[in-house]
Design a protein around this ligand. Structure first.
Ligand code: NAP
Ligand code: ZN
Ligand code: ZN
Length: 348
């Protein structure tokens, strides 16, 4: 099987609606696998980029970095995958493989710049096109195995949302005896609740309203508060060991830092298009940490998938037809997602 052109959904220009098109896929090289994509999750980062909210976008753009599929062909030097394997690709498709971070399994921090799955130029200078597509060719070293226990549709969002929450929750030791708050119950947030609960932490959701409270408790939270209610910040002052913010819009961090215990950490994973305001006194008192976290490396992504399979934990999804992608974007923008849209690639 050889695929040189794949059907895809692309944004032709910043802020333009996505439409069906075809994109080139490179011939399968020695260390490459050809993936028949089955499902692609819609991450809020897709929307930021398709609307050029982070700037310097490459158009036409085929978003999608939560990719689950099946291996359709392998190159002669491929050792980790065979035809028919269930395979996942996240935010990265290459990196320099030599720098200290690549060697440490933190390819996302490659000093020469990791190659994004889309909206990037590959090592040969060609644009990369993401997962809203029928096929993808990728180096086997930047793909992971999707364990049998996970269905491909519910697994797809784990490739970005899952690793983005798993990595900081592990790093900052979410676990038994620790009080963890997740801010924002969207795609990232709902998986964060599931993973933090599976790690044994006492989880609280901080959402704008109580609209999704029943879901939050079902997903594994012990407590659920509305940040739209000023009393929340009085009641929860000094409560948490760890807060992870997944909010996609600029968020005043001072109020959230006040909710940490002495020595606690607020880890931001949201990537808003505008800067946020911060009064540094919010971290001085209480020796608090304000940190960031960006996705995770390939090996840790595999570890996360194995963890999720072991705990029977996938994303809560709404599977859509590709032609409904623009409508899904609008719903994500209005926080009307329960809790990840996933494109059925057979409809592309
Ligand atoms: P999402 O599904 O839209 O979830 C974001 C949630 O934030 C919303 O559901 C909403 O939750 C809350 N929110 C939205 N606007 C808000 C506002 N103005 N004030 C307060 N809360 C608000 O998005 P996502 O896919 O989870 O992505 C979240 C952010 O993380 C995006 O900026 C994305 O680009 C970024 N991201 C970062 C990484 C990384 O590596 N660090 C990886 C993936 C994504 P409630 O309705 O519960 O309030
Ligand atoms: Zn993402
Ligand atoms: Zn590197």
């Amino acid at each position: 099987m050889s695929v040189t052109q794949a059907a895809a959904y692309a944004a032709p220009a910043p802020k333009a609606p996505l439409e069906r098109t075809t994109v080139p896929r490179r011939p399968v090289g020695e260390h490459d696998v050809l993936i028949e994509i089955k499902f692609a999750g819609i991450c809020h980062s897709d929307i930021h980029q398709a609307r050029d909210g982070w700037g310097e976008g490459i158009f036409p753009m085929v978003p999608g970095h939560e990719i689950a599929g099946v291996v359709a062909e392998v190159g002669s030097g491929v050792t980790r995958f065979a035809v028919g394997d269930r395979i996942g690709v996240g935010c990265l498709v290459d990196s320099c493989r030599e720098c200290e971070y690549c060697l440490a399994g933190q390819e996302q921090h490659c000093v020469r710049g990791a190659t994004g799955t889309y909206n990037a130029l590959d090592r040969g200078g060609e644009p990369t096109y993401g997962g809203y597509s029928t096929h993808l060719v990728v180096d086997e070293n930047y793909a992971v195995h999707i364990p049998e226990g996970l269905s491909l549709d519910a697994a797809a969002p784990l490739l970005c949302a899952g690793i983005t929450l798993y990595s900081p929750l592990r790093h900052w030791q979410a676990g038994p005896g620790r009080k963890v708050a997740i801010v924002g119950l969207g795609g990232l947030g709902h998986i964060g609740v599931k993973i933090a609960a599976a790690l044994g932490a006492e989880v609280t959701v901080l959402s704008q309203s109580l609209r999704k409270k029943d879901d939050g408790l079902r997903l594994g939270a012990a407590h659920y508060y509305a940040t739209g209610d000023a009393a929340t910040f009085e009641e929860l002052k000094g409560r948490f060991d760890l807060i992870v913010s997944t909010v996609s819009a600029p968020l005043g961090l001072d109020r959230y830092l006040s909710l940490l215990r002495v020595g606690g950490a607020l880890v931001n994973v949201g990537a808003p298009e505008e800067p946020v305001e911060l009064n540094l006194f919010s971290v001085l008192g209480g020796n608090k940490t304000l940190a960031g976290s960006m996705i995770g490396g390939i090996a840790e992504t595999q570890e996360m998938l194995d963890f999720c399979a072991e705990h029977g934990l996938g994303a809560d999804i709404e599977v859509i037809r590709a032609e409904d992608v623009n409508e899904a974007y609008e719903r994500v923008l209005s926080s009307d997602v329960r809790y990840r849209f996933v494109i059925d690639a057979s409809t592309i």
